[in-house]
Write a protein that binds this ligand. Structure first.
Ligand code: UDP
Length: 366
């Protein structure tokens, strides 16, 4: 078989790259370490209840980037689900993000939009709010006090002065009606893509290999595995957070009335509970069935062998990632991308955007 490009890692970045290259007439070999494509967006259908379980934690597709939305919709019809996140603090439930619903309930007031800024200018109030909803959750999530994590992380959560309880600011949101796995299957359903699963791609003595086989060395390589692993961790290991999940099938129709509830106190050992049936409100069969699948999420420090979930971005880890990027630049035809390849806290849409950019010059046949 002629191979015009190699893509290592069939997560959302790798699948997007593979599809784009295939559409320009290239024959792409896509290598995946796991048994199936999809990266951490991969889902499984629970055999007992028929509910789509997000095996690596909740993934909600949301974007304001028109090219990304257009690209994703070629492979999935979305159900229009709009994500809300509730926060449970000391047994009471609030609507995130920080906005009128949360502030008014927490302080027992009835502010109007114009009154929020003045009310929250009081330092004791803003501290109380931060301590209730961010300090405990963040210390569980990152194993550090909020002051010691990169400020960009907490800035992900919007702050509003209105009653909008949508968790994301993006107008385009949803879950694929036929499930995420089907979106990946459709993306990879192209005569120019050959997917090989259960195979570890690596660089050995300057040569790219897949399992025991040497790969053609003269073709472009798109790498979305861990960038430090690609170079044998020669400058040291990049730090990650990992997650452990406890899944349970409960004999109730509806456990918590929504898809995600965050538990923001440090004393509760998990950060959130996912209840997956709520991602498919259109699926009346699972919605009305007297059974539900819930999953508790426990963050933990990553050690080799664990799944990598969140890059722990700080000045030191960024410098380390940069050293690997400089190393990668020495290889002609090598592009590293995606969460693992770029060491970046990517949302799905940003990963697609980056993959579209990485392949933007690959127009036309080879
Ligand atoms: N966060 C928090 N309390 C919450 C939700 C989020 O302290 O109830 C902080 C926490 O540090 C988290 C960050 O905000 O890591 C980003 O939250 P997001 O919901 O974007 O996290 P993700 O869904 O990507 O894990």
């Amino acid at each position: 078989m002629t191979i015009d490009a190699i893509v290592a890692g069939a997560g959302i970045w790798g699948c997007t790259v593979a599809r784009r290259l295939a559409e320009t007439g290239r024959q792409v070999l896509l290598l995946e370490r796991r048994a199936a494509p999809g990266g951490n967006v991969r889902c499984e259908t629970d055999p007992q209840t028929g509910i789509e379980v997000h095996s690596f934690g909740s993934h909600i597709f949301h974007t304001h980037i028109p090219e990304v939305w257009d690209f994703a919709r070629r492979f999935a019809d979305f159900n229009g689900y709009q994500h809300k996140v509730l926060a449970n603090y000391k047994g009471k439930t609030y609507f995130l993000p920080l906005g009128l619903a949360l502030i008014n309930k927490f302080f027992g007031v009835e502010l109007s939009p114009g009154e929020v800024a003045g009310f929250m200018a009081d330092e004791a109030r803003s501290r109380a709010l931060f301590d209730a909803f961010f300090r405990g959750y963040t210390s569980k999530q990152w194993g550090k006090a909020p002051e010691d994590i990169d400020p960009s992380v907490i800035k992900r959560v919007p702050v509003r002065e209105n009653w909008d309880t949508n968790y994301f600011n993006d107008t385009n949101q949803g879950i694929p009606l036929a499930g995420y796995n089907s979106m990946f299957d459709r993306m990879l359903d192209h005569s120019g893509i050959t997917l090989r699963c259960n195979v570890e791609a690596r660089l050995e003595n300057g040569k790219f290999k897949a399992g025991g086989d040497e790969l053609p060395q003269s073709v472009p390589v798109y790498w979305s595995g861990p960038i430090d692993a690609l170079f044998g961790w020669k400058f040291g290991r990049l730090p990650w957070r990992t997650l452990r999940f406890e899944k349970e099938i409960l004999p109730v129709r509806d456990f918590q009335g929504t898809a995600v509830v965050n538990y923001t106190e440090a004393e509760v050992p998990y950060t959130r509970i996912h209840e997956f049936k709520h991602y498919h409100p259109e699926d009346k069969k699972t919605m009305e069935a007297p059974a539900t699948v819930v999953m508790r999420e426990y963050p933990a420090e990553w050690k080799p062998g664990d799944e990598q979930y969140y890059p722990v971005e700080n000045a030191e880890s960024r410098a380390l990632a940069e050293a690997y990027k400089v190393e990668a630049a020495k290889y002609e035809g090598l592009t590293a991308g995606g969460r693992l390849g770029e060491y970046k806290y990517y949302d799905m849409d940003k990963s697609i955007e980056a993959a579209l950019k990485a392949t933007a010059n690959a127009k036309g046949g080879v």
